[in-house]
Write a protein that binds this ligand. Sequence first.
Ligand SMILES: Cc1cc2nc3c(=O)[nH]c(=O)nc-3n(C[C@H](O)[C@H](O)[C@H](O)COP(=O)(O)O)c2cc1C
Length: 168
Amino acid sequence: MRRPKPIDREKFLKDDEILVSKTDTRGKITYGNERFIDISGYSEEELLGAPHSIIRHPDMPKAVFKILWDGIQAGEEVNAYVKNLAKDGSFYWVLATVTPSFDSVNGKIVGYFSVRRSPDRSKLQKVEPLYRELLEIERRSGMDASKKRIDEMLKSEGTTYDEFIHSI
Ligand SMILES: Cc1cc2nc3c(=O)[nH]c(=O)nc-3n(C[C@H](O)[C@H](O)[C@H](O)COP(=O)(O)O)c2cc1C
């Protein structure tokens, strides 16, 4: 499927709305709630079985997804501010909480689960310049360099990624 061309139009989630999706262990979408499907602009048929990167926005730094995958594959919950791309090219910001689902018998990860809500606008004002900086580093020097930048920033502030997200 061709990637939509991003346009400068934002869609907003209402405060009481949540977007839910589930994936298999490789990030292929296995479920989306109605609002998740609706805001994406895709049909349920288009979404189910597609990689979750179908709604990836080019403004998102790769390093954020690296942190996400490292965390959930290690069995942890990861929170992240994510700018998503709808089929019509518009974008919508979410605060996502992504968690692994475990097999009840052997405890192995069988898939992942994401619940997203509308982020505070004041917080996005801090996230957006950070993401712009990380993206710039990635364009110039690649993802390892931007991941290093995040690690150095967290170290210099004596905090962890999770604490940082909650403190924004
Ligand atoms: C449960 C779950 C939910 C995800 N939700 C999103 C999402 O809303 N937007 C997004 O761009 N990536 C999301 N991802 C991450 C994608 O799998 C992917 O890593 C990301 O879009 C970057 O694409 P790339 O790995 O092809 O560079 C999610 C992953 C999981 C496991």
